[in-house]
Design a binder for this molecule. Structure first.
Ligand SMILES: Nc1ncnc2c1ncn2[C@@H]1O[C@H](COP(=O)(O)OP(=O)(O)OP(=O)(O)O)[C@@H](O)[C@H]1O
Ligand SMILES: [Mg+2]
Length: 361
């Protein structure tokens, strides 16, 4: 798919600006703090309904204003789609082809993107939160069923956690089985999707990593925890785990088992990447995951996603930069950097220069 244009109105440091992108490589240049990442963030928001950098949507609204608007026209193999997000202090409204959608799940999947920035290092080196977030965002973009199951799971989990903080223990113990039954149904669906996704992602990531390191390193991904094959059996197993954890959860005041606690294990040449890899290795492994994610989107939706590379070129060594540029042919790419000349080596591209929230024309 190709994002043809992007309109930003009172979004971050943009007042009113329209970007017209081209197929292939689009390069956004500009000095620090001019709005390159903000532009990339807007595209990401239209793909995922969320941002990588924030906790509250209100931060996306230009300071001093009360609402922001992001709009885009996307060319897909099924035709053109327009996407729009209206962001207010305390709520938002999402539109597909001018029609307001009630659920986020109906908004996602119209445009897919893979986002890569230096911060993605966290995917390898940080705790499980980052990896779960990666899985959730990635699978939600391609599966409405997953997105819905995840939303419901999170809602029930929140209610269960509130219940665990109640003082009337006998009432809590009486009520918990009802929540746990529902929780296990959605949890099982989430786990089934994650397992299938990882089974696809792992060999693709291994290939990408072998390509980037000239075969010197082997990357392997594995799901945490073992679960039975079919969804009903997974649900049964989880129901048992939730029941067994009740007393402990009551003491802790939160739910201590379930897919919201699961992790992906990442190995480099057989060693746990989180514990052992260098910065450069982590960067390359994260990039391999993102390239694998690109391939999965291609497989599942029949067309490549939009690839967003925010400020990553300067972090990679020369051979890897060249390899990366060679690998992304045929994919529309939005690449941000401060100095295009230093990272592109004359690669064919469309350049946009940004200064203080405006395109320099
Ligand atoms: N809600 C907002 N309202 C107004 N300005 C904002 C808002 N949020 C962020 N900004 C400003 O947007 C500016 C540009 O941010 P951005 O992250 O896009 O820069 P960048 O061009 O990617 O720079 P760098 O090269 O340093 O990564 C920052 O100076 C920031 O203060
Ligand atoms: Mg930036």
């Amino acid at each position: 798919m190709v994002i043809e244009n992007l309109t930003l109105h009172n979004f971050r440091n943009y007042e009113d600006e329209t970007f017209c992108f081209q197929d292939g490589l689009n390069v956004l240049t500009g000095r620090n703090a001019q709005g390159k990442t903000n532009c990339a963030e807007a595209v990401f928001y239209l793909c995922t309904g969320t941002s990588l950098r924030i906790r509250h949507d209100s931060q996306l609204i230009r300071r001093g204003e009360t609402s922001a608007r992001i709009g885009a026209r996307v060319k897909t193999r099924f035709g053109a789609v327009t996407l729009e997000a209206l962001i207010f202090e305390k709520k938002r409204e999402l539109f597909v082809n001018g029609n307001k959608v009630a659920r986020t799940a109906d908004f996602l999947g119209n445009m897919n993107c893979v986002f890569f920035s230096p911060g993605e290092l966290r995917l390898i080196q940080d705790g499980p939160d980052e990896r779960r977030r990666f899985l959730n965002l990635s699978i939600s973009q391609t599966s409405r069923e997953y997105c819905t199951a995840l939303t419901r799971y999170q809602r029930i989990l929140e209610q269960r956690n509130n219940l665990l903080k109640e003082r009337d223990v006998s009432m809590v113990l009486e009520t918990l089985p009802v929540w746990d039954e529902q929780l296990s149904v959605y949890a099982a669906r989430i786990i089934r999707h994650r397992r299938r996704y990882l089974a696809r992602l792992s060999p693709l990531a291994r290939d990408a990593h072998a390509f980037l390191t000239d075969g010197a390193e082997e990357l392997m991904l594995e799901m945490d925890g073992t679960y039975p094959e079919n969804e009903d059996e997974i649900a049964q197993k989880l129901a048992g785990q939730f029941a067994a954890a009740r007393e402990r959860d009551l003491r802790l005041g939160f739910t201590s088992v379930g897919p919201h606690r699961d992790d992906i294990r990442i190995f480099l040449n057989g060693a746990d990447a989180r514990a052992f890899c260098s910065q450069g290795q982590a960067r390359t492994a994260a990039l391999s995951l993102k390239l694998a994610e690109t391939e999965i989107f291609k497989e599942l939706s029949g067309e490549p996603p939009v690839l967003i590379l925010d400020d990553v070129m300067s972090e990679l060594d020369l051979p890897r930069r060249k390899k990366l540029l060679g690998r992304i042919g045929g994919v529309q790419c939005l690449l941000t950097c401060t100095h295009a000349e230093r990272v592109l080596y004359g690669a064919d591209c469309y350049k946009l220069k940004i200064r203080e929230g405006k395109i320099v024309r």
